[in-house]
Write a protein that binds this ligand. Structure first.
Ligand SMILES: *[C@@H]1O[C@H](CO)[C@@H](O)[C@H](O)[C@H]1NC(C)=O
Ligand SMILES: *[C@@H]1O[C@H](CO)[C@@H](O)[C@H](O)[C@H]1NC(C)=O
Ligand SMILES: *[C@@H]1O[C@H](CO)[C@@H](O)[C@H](O)[C@H]1NC(C)=O
Length: 200
């Protein structure tokens, strides 16, 4: 009876703590080792340049402690410097409300035996100009965060890199290429017109 009461209580509690209010970042252990290819301060172009992310289970944690991990999601996250005065990028301990990591790089089944996993990502065209790092979350079978790892220090000050967003950068180029295409079509018609007149 006492055991059942305890089970019910812990079920309700875990509902409150995990499903209903969401997991807090501070409750997670950093059991994943995550590295990203950028060198500190390196600048990348959105929609064009690539970064490679590598992740693995940190073997100093007990082996088998990752048996509840079912999925791994790698995300691109705003560094503190790019969150200043931007509430829509704010870090909140409750992961349901956290806005630090808004961009998915990849989601994969977790493989505890594969050692180093890596993925090369072409930075999405929608990534805005900012300073970033990479974070991985491991999820349980029911989609609750179980652990994390990140390519920067706990204070998020090391190994940060920059992305130059596409807006402003490609606009003039796009306009130029549209004008150029229009011009080519006109020139083509003009060419046929002249040729036709020559024949007549
Ligand atoms: C693995 O975890 C230990 C304990 O938290 C930590 O000291 C160590 O730096 C981690 N290893 C790597 C490669 O991050
Ligand atoms: C996990 O990785 C190992 C080693 O790379 C591979 O042999 C195995 O097929 C993988 N398992 C899954 C489920 O992908
Ligand atoms: C993973 O990669 C790191 C660095 O490249 C290496 O030191 C480590 O031994 C590798 N681990 C496995 C399990 O392959």
């Amino acid at each position: 009876m006492a055991v059942r009461g305890f089970l019910v209580a812990s079920f309700v509690l875990s509902c409150l703590v995990e499903t209903c209010y969401g997991v807090t970042f501070s409750s997670l252990q950093s059991t994943l080792v995550v590295t990203a290819s950028p060198t500190p301060g390196q600048v990348f172009k959105a929609g064009q340049d690539q970064i490679t992310v590598t992740w693995s289970y940190n073997q100093t944690y007990p082996s088998g402690a990752d048996s509840t991990y079912k999925t791994i999601k790698i995300k691109l996250c705003y560094a503190p410097i790019s969150q200043v005065d931007r509430s829509w990028r704010k870090t909140v301990d409750s992961l349901n409300k956290d806005k630090t990591c808004q961009f998915n790089i990849i989601s994969k089944p977790y493989n505890s035996t594969s050692g180093n996993n890596s993925f090369t990502w072409t930075i999405g065209k929608d990534i805005p100009t900012a300073t970033y790092f990479v974070r991985a979350y491991a999820y349980t079978a029911v989609g609750i965060e179980a652990a994390y790892g990140q390519s920067t220090s706990a204070q998020k000050t090391t190994n940060l890199f920059e992305v130059m967003g596409i807006s402003g950068r490609h606009f003039s180029l796009d306009v130029a290429s549209i004008c150029f295409s229009a011009f080519s079509i006109l020139a083509l018609f003009g060419f046929f017109y002249v040729e036709k007149r020559k024949v007549q």
